[in-house]
Write a protein that binds this ligand. Structure first.
Ligand SMILES: Nc1nc2c(ncn2[C@@H]2O[C@H](COP(=O)(O)OP(=O)(O)OP(=O)(O)O)[C@@H](O)[C@H]2O)c(=O)[nH]1
Ligand SMILES: [Mg+2]
Length: 704
């Protein structure tokens, strides 16, 4: 494990060095000095480079551990760490999201949601005060309350080699099915390198797990490793644990069950498959389907056995402990192959592409500058004056593109909000099937018992919320695709604007120095050579997050629309629950007064009545809900476009400003007289060379 990660981090480190060199070079070049010809307008690239540098030098691979209650998440993490660091037991339960990372000292820090400063505590206090027991957890869940409402998360720092290599783990409380789209966890989802999803061999793929995958993980471009834990219990559960044939059969049964259930999730988001398609060039040759990926994504493990082996071996490093039979070795190999392979490659490729773009702009600025150095001030003034029309053209293009975004925004917000309305109105048609599917275990009879009624009402409330949540998540999935299509269309129409912009920049270039600019001199005569001052990226503002090679639109979605949907969900539940329940009491009790009879018949009558009444009430309110929630959805979509507009228009404005600065500064410096043209030409040529070298170094890292 360590070797592989060490190599990966060494590459990241080298990439960070190349970026540092670019940063220092640009910073120095832009320091105004009376002997130079003035700033080149490159400073705005420093922010981008610094952000990339920060991420690379941090050098972490963040792994998010998810799974239902008591699937062995904490045990699994302890097994990797090699000791019982995190509370993991039948009792108590993990109650706060816990980040485990390297630190030179063993510490636990609790971070709060309110302004309260973080608090350092010891491990014993952490185990005692920040876990809860299962009964308490159940009660809180019923009441939909959080165990520690004020706590945002805990950070455990620990001087372990595995963590020192840059692995960072996030242990989460068991999934709470009424809070499937838990905000805290979702925030981490888009910033992790992979998800480790724990399942149990003895409870193959429950409805809640399926719901979580569908509602929260699907379509986000995540790489999910499924760990079927407690594999050892298949043996322990046999009539005769020593019967090898029986064990093989039992194992095969469970394996087939998971294979059928999990295959779609290995295919849909597998970042390896997805990324290969998006990352240009060599990597695209590898196209994987669900079955191929299954072997690389699903593992049968026993966390408890692995933990025992590690604790027994005391302080011995992970790779030196014999973990055969625990399922850890193949999983660890697959994990490091992924992190040090595809994941690293995608990260470096993105850095390389951005650096390449910046290099193009640096070169163009220098190529414009050198020919102007030798010209008399009046001539330079005249040429700058002559390109003012082009500057106006650039500004006009920007403004027209802004109008296009606005127009598209109005249209799409309407379409998506309308589709929401239609969807809500249609819920009536499938209500019975969907509602029953999401709550197979609702005990309708407890409703009849006066003593149990309050508890039943809570159960029912949760069931209803779950149903609404599932339905909205299904809509969200479709709407996300609509929105993604809208942005793709926008990008397609931007091509025209981009071409006009490039033409204006080129015209400017010709007026200033008499020719176009190519990436390097050798390319000039060739047809179709890369024109260095092209403006890639300028009209494309979809940010490229960690997992966004597949789900690029998640950014907008997560920032804006998801929040809207969560509140829509709550509004619907609030609006409906009171009405439904009071009419249920009348209806259901009314029928039973008349009927009576055997329990089984009664139960069925109650169930039927329940569904019918709920559906009636629900249907009655649907038009109002659809009407009321239309606007929030509309505004949510509108906000996505606002963010997009701000970024694209910001980028274009920045580009125009940089071009203005570049020329203004030259003029100002020319007036200062103390400029030595030869020396300046040398300095600029050297600058070009330095940036070029750094970029080549970065590209070199991409050779696998
Ligand atoms: N037999 C067996 N038991 C296991 C295995 N992994 C975990 N357990 C047991 O399962 C129980 C729950 O383990 P935890 O690690 O606390 O589970 P968790 O998912 O962190 O639980 P929450 O944080 O409460 O959701 C403990 O008693 C573990 O010893 C395994 O591979 N085999
Ligand atoms: Mg736990």
């Amino acid at each position: 494990m360590l070797n592989h990660l060490e190599q990966a981090n060494a590459k990241r480190h080298q990439a960070a060095i190349a970026l540092t060199s670019m940063i220092t070079t640009i910073r120095q070049a832009e320091l105004l000095d009376t002997h130079t010809s003035g700033k080149l307008g490159l400073e705005h690239h420093l922010d981008t480079l610094n952000t990339l540098h920060g991420a690379l030098s941090q050098g972490t691979f963040r792994l998010l551990i998810l799974g239902d209650m008591k699937r062995g998440k904490s045990t699994f993490l302890n097994a990797l760490l090699g000791e019982q660091l995190l509370p993991s037991d039948v009792n108590p339960c993990t109650a706060v999201l816990t980040i485990v990372r390297y630190g030179s000292e063993k510490t636990v820090t609790i971070h709060f949601k309110s302004g309260r400063p973080p608090m350092v505590i010891d491990f014993a206090t952490f185990k005692r005060d920040y876990t809860i027991d299962p009964t308490e957890s159940k009660i809180l869940e019923d009441k939909q309350e959080q165990a520690f409402p004020d706590v945002s998360h805990a950070v455990v720092e620990y001087p372990l080699p595995l963590l020192h290599q840059g692995l960072e783990f996030i242990d989460t409380p068991g999934l709470n099915d009424t809070e499937t789209r838990n905000k805290v966890v979702l925030d981490y989802l888009d910033n992790c390198h992979a998800v480790l999803f724990l399942l149990s061999a003895t409870q193959p793929f429950t409805l809640d797990e399926k719901r979580y995958l569908n509602n929260s993980l699907k379509g986000r471009g995540l790489t999910i490793f499924f760990l079927i834990n407690e594999w050892d219990r298949l043996k322990a559960n046999l009539m005769d644990p020593d019967d090898a044939d029986e064990l093989a059969m039992a194992e095969e049964r469970v394996r087939q069950l998971f294979l059928a259930q999990l295959e779609p999730y290995c295919f849909a988001d597998g970042a390896v498959g997805g990324m290969a398609g998006e990352v240009a060039g060599e990597a695209a040759s590898e196209v994987l389907n669900g079955a191929d990926l299954y072997d690389r994504r699903v593992f049968e493990i026993s966390a408890l056995q692995a933990l025992r082996a590690r604790v027994k071996a005391e302080q011995v490093a992970l790779e030196q402990v014999d973990l055969s039979g625990t399922g850890f070795p193949p999983f660890l190999t697959a994990l490091q192959d992924f992190l040090g392979g595809d994941r690293l490659f995608a990260e470096l490729q993105r850095v390389g592409a951005i650096a390449h773009q910046i290099r193009g702009q640096v070169n163009a600025a220098i190529e414009r500058r050198i020919p102007l150095l030798g010209q008399p001030t009046e001539e330079v003034e005249k040429r700058i004056e002559s390109v003012q029309t082009e500057f106006q053209v650039l500004t006009d293009i920007r403004d027209k593109y802004r109008s296009l975004i606005r127009q598209m925004c109005g249209q799409k917000a309407n379409e998506i909000a309308d589709s929401f309305k239609t969807y809500i109105l249609k819920l009536e048609d499938t209500f019975e099937a969907d509602f029953v599917a999401s709550q197979p275990n609702l005990d309708f009879l407890s409703f009849l018992d006066q003593k149990n009624r309050a508890a039943f009402q809570r159960e029912f409330q949760r069931a209803f919320e779950r149903y609404i949540n599932d339905r909205l998540a299904a809509w969200e999935f479709m709407a996300k695709q609509d929105l993604s299509k809208a942005f793709t269309e926008l990008q397609e129409s931007s091509q025209e604007y981009k071409n006009a912009y490039e033409a204006a920049v080129q015209a400017m270039q010709e007026k200033l120095i008499g020719h176009r600019i190519y990436l390097n001199d050798r390319e000039r005569p060739q047809a179709g050579a890369v024109w260095a001052d092209a403006i890639p990226g300028l009209f494309d503002a979809i940010p490229d997050g960690l997992n966004s090679s597949v789900g690029r639109f998640n950014y907008f979605w997560q920032q804006v629309l998801q929040g809207v949907l969560v509140s829509v969900c709550i509004s619907i539940a609030l609006a409906m629950l009171g009405v439904i329940f009071s009419s249920l009491i009348l209806n259901v009790l009314g029928v039973l007064m008349v009927g009576g009879g055997v329990l089984a018949v009664q139960a069925e009558v109650v169930r039927q009545r329940f569904l019918k009444t709920t559906k009636q009430q629900f249907a009655k309110h649907l038009p109002k809900i659809a009407e009321e929630q239309w606007r929030p959805v509309y505004q949510g979509v509108e906000q996505c476009f606002d963010v997009y507009e701000e970024r694209v228009i910001g980028n274009i404005t920045q580009d125009i400003d940089a071009r203005t600065i570049e020329l203004d500064n030259l003029l100002a410096q020319k007036d200062s007289q103390s400029l030595d043209n030869n020396q300046e030409q040398q300095r600029l040529t050297q600058l070009k060379k330095d940036i070029g070298e750094a970029v080549e170094n970065l590209k070199g890292l991409l050779n696998r």
